[in-house]
Design a protein around this ligand. Structure first.
Ligand SMILES: [Zn+2]
Length: 325
């Protein structure tokens, strides 16, 4: 199969070759520079022979985003050399560290509010978004969401959401306006194929909680008498650049909680392919009560029991927000 490539790229590579050649004229170039020159020459040859952009092992197309980042790439992800594999793994581990550095403090207390969460990527990085922002006398904001897609691209978008929401919260916007602006910015800066479902909550001292559920799974309000669902009131974030978001209001009495989760929980499967489901979560939340840390522990234990040896196939995030007094 011959590949098509942007003719401008050939020009760019030729220019790069000339620059390299010029920079070593009259010098005795090191082995690395000679090697790089050879790689550029080989890429030009591949362009002339119609094999540019194809993996040299399996002859399938190299991932376009990798080729754009490195026009000299000769192997698909599956057939990287051991050294390249190590470099990629190193990058991923660094990305994981950066992502965990963006997570809120575990098991925190903010005035009357207590928050516990569990964040578990299926791979090295996660496409789930989870944050808590204490805006002092303006109350407490909590966010939990799920970016479409997986891997590094989704993880980068979670970092984008993290920065966007933090900036907009500090501007003191009302919740509906905050989510509308975050959605617009997210829409304008991401690929049209990406969006995020999320719940953004704003809790105030008297137990009032405003919730914006943008296309996400229902939150569970755990109260003395049982459970109530706070369902989605709109489309996911970033679907269209001008979107408005409706809000729900919930009053939490002391000892009551809200439970938020991603589909990494409800769509987790056991070894026979059966999904965990919202019903099982409702029963568990009813039995175990509203204490955030106990709730997190019980959810994780029940999911492990349910899954058995089946692997976690999607990123998992759980968050419980409770009013202590
Ligand atoms: Zn390959």
């Amino acid at each position: 199969m011959a590949t098509s490539f942007d003719p401008v790229l050939r020009e760019k590579l030729l220019n790069r070759r000339h620059t390299l050649q010029r920079s070593i004229t009259g010098l005795s170039p090191g082995a690395k520079v000679i090697d790089l020159l050879q790689q550029v020459d080989q890429a030009l040859e591949r362009m002339d022979s119609g094999t540019y952009g194809l993996c040299q092992v399996c002859h399938d197309a190299i991932e376009p985003e990798r080729l754009a980042a490195d026009p000299l790439a000769c192997f698909c992800l599956d057939h990287l050399t051991p050294a390249d594999q190590r470099a990629l793994e190193h990058d991923l581990r660094l990305a994981r560290q950066i992502q965990s550095g963006l997570l809120p403090k575990a098991d925190s207390r903010f005035g009357p509010w207590e928050i516990a969460y569990h964040y578990q990527p299926a791979g090295l990085v996660s496409g789930d978004y989870c944050d808590v922002v204490d805006a002092a006398d303006r109350g407490l904001y909590f966010m939990l969401g799920d970016v479409s897609g997986k891997g590094i691209a989704a993880a980068m978008l979670t970092a984008n959401l993290h920065a966007l929401f933090r900036a907009l919260i500090s501007a003191g916007l009302p919740l509906g306006e905050l989510v509308t602006q975050a959605s617009r910015a997210f829409c304008e800066t991401t690929l049209s194929t990406h969006y995020a479902t999320l719940v953004c909550g704003h809790a105030r001292a008297a137990g009032e909680v405003e919730l914006c559920n943008a296309g996400h799974l229902p939150c569970l309000h755990i109260h003395g008498g049982g459970l109530a669902e706070v369902a989605s009131t709109g489309l996911p974030l970033g679907m269209f650049c001008s979107q408005e978001f409706a809000l729900s209001r919930v009053h939490l009495r002391p000892g009551e909680s809200l439970l938020l989760y991603t589909d990494g929980l409800t769509e987790a499967e056991d070894s026979s392919g059966t999904a965990y489901g919202v019903e099982r979560l409702r029963r568990l939340a009813t039995d175990c009560g509203a204490e955030p840390k106990i709730l997190m522990g019980a959810c994780r234990k029940d999911l492990d029991r349910f899954r058995g040896t089946a692997a976690l196939s999607d990123d998992l995030t759980l968050m419980a927000v409770s009013r202590a007094f």
